[in-house]
Design a protein around this ligand. Sequence first.
Ligand code: NAP
Length: 248
Amino acid sequence: MILQNKTAIVTGATRGIGHAIALRFAREGCNVAFCGRTRNEAMVAVEAELQSLHVMAKGYAADVADYQQAQDFVKQVIADFGSVDILVNNAGITADSAVKRMTQEQMRQVMDVNLGSVFCMTKAIQPHMWKQGHGSIVNIGSVVGIAGNYNQANYAASKAAIIGFSKSCAKEFAARNIRVNVVAPGFVETEMTADIPKELMDTWCSRIPMKRPGTTDEVAQACVFLASDMCPYITSVVLPICGGMEDA
Ligand code: NAP
């Protein structure tokens, strides 16, 4: 178990990729603090599922795009768990539209949640990791942040910005042994992609060399690696998990 005796925060783990990351981490012996915006049935179920793996696990209601809520969330996790070794910034949203129809609100909302949450959570955890002299931050980007995508200019911009932010943090934090990396999934079937029409999905899959979407667990396994002590000299990388999509 390669994350034994570590504690991680995973944002947005009530479903989808975040849930898979929390589950993989717990299977690797990691204590997991996670959040969603509300304490709902899904959160309680994930909490019970993780606890059944004999690790410490707790769900918190926190909107991580809100600076004060992110501060309070991290403070409470440190009080409850004692320390935090790993932060996975996974929470994210889409509000798709062609640029010619995109509203300023759609642009602002996606930037606020996707980039804003990474900033707020990094600000909240940095003093703790700095003081303890180690840490691994994994930010969930997207291949769309590298290649762009139709109807996703706002989302692509937010994910591209996460790369610039992460690489800057990697430089600033390296002296204190805090690594910052980005995992960039391609197309993964979750609630976020559930509304995509089947014909469009088939077209996208036909363009992926591996001819299928990725699974949430395939993204989670990459996060385990980057979070672990198996890669102590890897920082500032962007790791695409996309079945070989060419422009990623
Ligand atoms: P999802 O199924 O929609 O899940 C999103 C999660 O984020 C939920 O747990 C949601 O919880 C939480 N969340 C959203 N806004 C939040 C906020 N402000 N504060 C706290 N939690 C928040 O999405 P997913 O497909 O698993 O995507 C997860 C990440 O992977 C995102 O960053 C996404 O951009 C990225 N990604 C996904 C794909 C894909 O194909 N699915 C591809 C590339 C990258 P609540 O609703 O309970 O608050």
